[in-house]
Structure formats: C-alpha cells, structure tokens
Design a protein around this ligand. Sequence first.
Ligand SMILES: Nc1ncnc2c1ncn2[C@@H]1O[C@H](COP(=O)(O)OP(=O)(O)OP(=O)(O)O)[C@@H](O)[C@H]1O
Length: 609
Amino acid sequence: MAATDTTRARPPGTPPPPERPAGAPARPLIGLGAAARMLRPVRARLIACAVLSAAAAAAGVVPFVAVAEIGRTVLTAPGAAAAAPAVWAWAGAGAAGAALRLLLLGLSTHIGHTADAEMLHHLRVRIVRRLGVLPLGWFRAAGSGEVKKAMTDDLEAMHELFAHTLGGMAGAAAALLAGVGYLLSVDPRLALITLAVPLLSVLAYRIGMRSSSPHAARLLAAEGRISAASVEYVDGIGVVKTFGGTGERALGRFDAAMREHTGAYRAWAAENRTTSAVNRVLGSETAVLGVVAAAGLGFVAAGRLGAADLLPFLAVGIGLPTAVAPALVHGAHGLRTARMAAGHIAGLLSRPPLPEPERPRRPRGHRVEFDRVTFSYDGAANAVEDISAGCEPGTVTALVGPSGAGKSTLAALLPRFHDVTGGAIRVGGVDVRDMASRELLASVSPVFQDVVLLRDTVAENIRIGRPEAGDDEVRRAAKAAQVHDVVMRLPHGYDTVLGAGGGGLSGGERQRLTIARAILADAPIVVLDEATAALDPDSEAAVQDALAELVAGRTVIVIAHRLHTVSGAHRILVLDQGRLAESGTHPELLARGGLYARMWRAQYDGDRA
Ligand SMILES: Nc1ncnc2c1ncn2[C@@H]1O[C@H](COP(=O)(O)OP(=O)(O)OP(=O)(O)O)[C@@H](O)[C@H]1O
C-alpha cells in the first residue's frame, strides 16, 4: 500500500543518516512559531497541500478496505445473489477511492509545488534584498560562504520540506489513522496486535540509535574532515603544483580522512547491525503477516473471530506499517533538517543592515578628512586607532606601513565597508554616515588588488563602472587605462566573454581592466590598493600609466606596498600597529630617519639584492 506518492523514502528498514548528536557543532534550530511566521506568505497553500495529501492517502486506503469487505461479504452471505449488491457497492467505492486518491494527490502535488516555487522565490528575493543593504565588509569576511550555503543547501532543504516532506507526512498519518480506524471497527484486539509489531520495530530503532550516538558523532566529524580536506586539496593544488609539488600531503590528509570515515562507518554499522536487523524483521510484511495469521487463526479457532474477519487484517493491516513508517521516520528527519536550514536563513535575514541616514546630506566638494578615526573588528583590539589626516582634491595620499598596520582597514572605512567605531570620516565636510550610500558609492571608486571580473563580456566588465555608458565611452576608458590594444587582440574584441577569473588575461591586464572600470565610473575620489604581485617591467609601466590617467584631478588614496611607486605622493601616511606613526613627503620622511626611512632602506636594499 502506498501512503502517498509525494514521499521520497529510502527502502524499508534503511536507517536515516545519523542525527547530529549532543556535542557535535549544531546549527540554529528555528522555533515552530518563527517557522510559521517565515512561511506566512504560503501558509494557506501549505495547509491545503497537507490536507489534500491526507485526504488522498485516506482515499487510497478505500480500495484495500473494498477488497477486504468484498471478501467478507462473499464469505458470509447466504448466496451469490444476496452478496451481489454489496459486492458492487464496494467495488464502486474501491474504484471511486482510487480515482479520488489520484485526483487529490495531483491537486496536492500541484499546490505543494506552487507553494514551494513561490516560497523559494520569496526567500531568494528577501536574501538578495538583505544582501543589498548589508555592509560590504561583511561580504569580505565570512559572508560569501554564508550566502552560498543559504542560497543552495538551505533552500534545497526547504524545497524538500515544501514539495515532499509535509505532504508525505500528512499522507502517512492520515493513511495510518484511516487504516487503524477501519481495523479497530472490525476487531479491536487483533487491530492492537497488528499495530504492536511495527511499534516494537520503531521502539527497537529508537533504542538502537540512542546507543550508537558516539559512533554517529565520530561519523559526522569524519564527514566534516572529508569536506575540509577536499576543499583544501582543490583550493591548494594550484599553488602546490606551481612549486613543483604533487599535492601528496593534501592528498594524504584527504586519504586519512577517508580512512577515518570508513572506520567510523564500519563501527557505526556494526553497532547498528542488530538494531537494523530487528528493525527490518519487525518492520517487514512477513513479520506482521506471521503475527496476524497466528493470532487471528487462534481467535478463529477459539470462536472469538469469524474466519471472514481475518481478511481486513490481511488486506489492510499487513501493508500499512511498511507503507507509512518510512514516510514518518524520514519525514521527522527532513523536518529537523528544514528547521535548521530555516534557522540559518532567518539568521542571515536578521543581520543588521548598514544604517542609512533619514535625511541624507550632500557633500560640498571632495576633500576627504579622517578625524580621530578608530575601528575595531572584534570590539576588543583596535585595527586602526585615533587617525587624523586630510586628503585634498587633486592630490595623492599614500598609506604605507608594515603588514597588519591597518592600511586596508582605514581605506575600507571610507566607502563604508564598515562603520568607524570612533571618530568620523568626512567627504566634502559631511560625515559619510550622513550621506546616502548610493551617493557615497558614486563618489568613491575602490580599485582593489583582488581583481574581480564577472563571467561576462569585456565591455560589460568595464561598464560595471557606469552601466548606462555607451560603447564609445567604454572604449575611451579602455584606451585611457592602456588596455584597448589587449582587448582588440582577443578573439571577439570587446564582446569576448571572460571566465570568472578573467581567463585569457594576464595579471597586469586584468588590473588595467579594473582601472578602466574606475575611469569610466568617473568618481571624484579613488581608493587604490596597489598590487603586491610583481609585474613584468612592461606591465608595470602600463599599469602605472593607466593609474596616472585615473588619478588626474581626483582625491586619491593609495595603499602602497612598494614604496618607490608612491615616492612622488603629495603626502605619505605611515601606519604602525593601527596608529599614525609619521606623515610627510618622501624627502621629509627620509630626512626624519624614522620607520619610513627604515622601510625604504630595507626595500631598496632588498630590491638590489
Ligand atoms: N575581517 C577582519 N576581521 C578581523 N580582523 C581583521 C580583519 N581584517 C583585518 N583584520 C586585522 O586588522 C589589522 C589590520 O589589518 P589590515 O589588513 O588593515 O592591515 P594592512 O596594513 O592592510 O596589512 P597588509 O599590508 O598585510 O594588507 C590586522 O591585525 C588584521 O589581522
């Protein structure tokens, strides 16, 4: 007997994957009230889907009841003529039940899938809208992994719930109630005996699963290590091979994780062997048949049950447990997974957005002023502290300092990747937090060294700077950034589609493409993170020419790693451990003989070595 067709159950007797035991890293499990609020847009349809699925499953029991009742009628009626009307009536009822089941199941599946599509669309839109208002710094930290997980794994778990699990569980419960109700009406004693067998099977399963939790924990941990080792191997193999390695160490870790997993799986399976066997035996039709036949024939022999009354237990009772048990067991597991996924999505949706001013102010000019700027990532240590400096339009201000000094952090605070925790950053006399974020981002063009190119044409990659720009403007920007000739050598020129990593272009060329983007954007303030990777002299010269074009007439803040590239800057801010150690022009700082002079000597000697 099939409880419902919307259930994707495993073969009977197969235990579901281990549940996350106590102590293993847990994901937030959303409360039922919060889950109901999240599902509000499709709540009515989900209820309709579950009700229809339940009705379909109940109707699906009718043909089995009809077969049993026809048998009882034929065996107990005085003659064929007397039995005929009841036989025809039950045959009709059976056929009607089968047809109704088909109709209701079709309707339930349709409504379930529409609700599924609408809910997933609704959640995707909410996630994307929330991403649009989250601080950009969040994406740079842990965000991308979290977004990927929410958009793929979590939504997939929710899809399983809407499209399959809810309907499946409602159907299984209804089939169970309808079947048990019918059997109780025939003979309560034998009905309870029939039910006792699968109930014992579930009990044995629960007891067995509880005792195996240490192995389940080991198995889950081993699965985690396999994932981590595969990601590490895939991410690192390029670097390892570049240095002539074969990735054997990473492969070794992957191999060890696999072996640990196999060992844990064996131990888990051995622990569950008996439970699983008991579960399979007690949950099988044969076990139910054996018990029902023995008990039923005993009742018949003792004169407590008519022989014909055995038929309902054979027709309905035997198939019932195996039809509904997997749907209920796996449904409970699916429900838990979906609640975890919903909890994760709810966490993402409740992340605080970047605050927008109620009455945005417009800057007067494009002077940038850092006023006692302090910022901490974790609320404990300050990544930058008490930094004050002014950057005039038409000048270049360089940020230099040892690794970890706070250069990138200070630069990222200007376009509000994060908000300062102390002091203020002003553009044209207006605190950046009082500017509309659209206006701020239109005023500041960040050019970071981690070049991000989209899987799109060269022209569209440049046009990100100003989506409404015409083809001529795109070409002019590319020419100014010294990348036009490179583009013309590509197979389809500006229509060549680039890979996600900008495949086909060298590091210097990719950088010039992003400079073209910034030139096209024409923002009056440019924040530039100079590339750390050494380019060949031709590329370096071309990038420097492109930059010269970009910085002309703008307020430019450049993070410099190689000091000779900023020796001509109007002002150099030297950061050390988050603080402003010294500032001045290149000759002034050299004459001062401080940190900058030491760094210059170290780098100059290093370059010559
Ligand atoms: N997302 C982050 N979360 C927590 N701490 C961070 C984060 N980014 C940077 N830091 C810390 O803030 C401090 C300043 O880092 P920052 O990247 O700004 O320095 P930097 O001078 O740009 O270094 P580099 O030259 O190596 O890029 C460092 O101690 C760093 O570890």
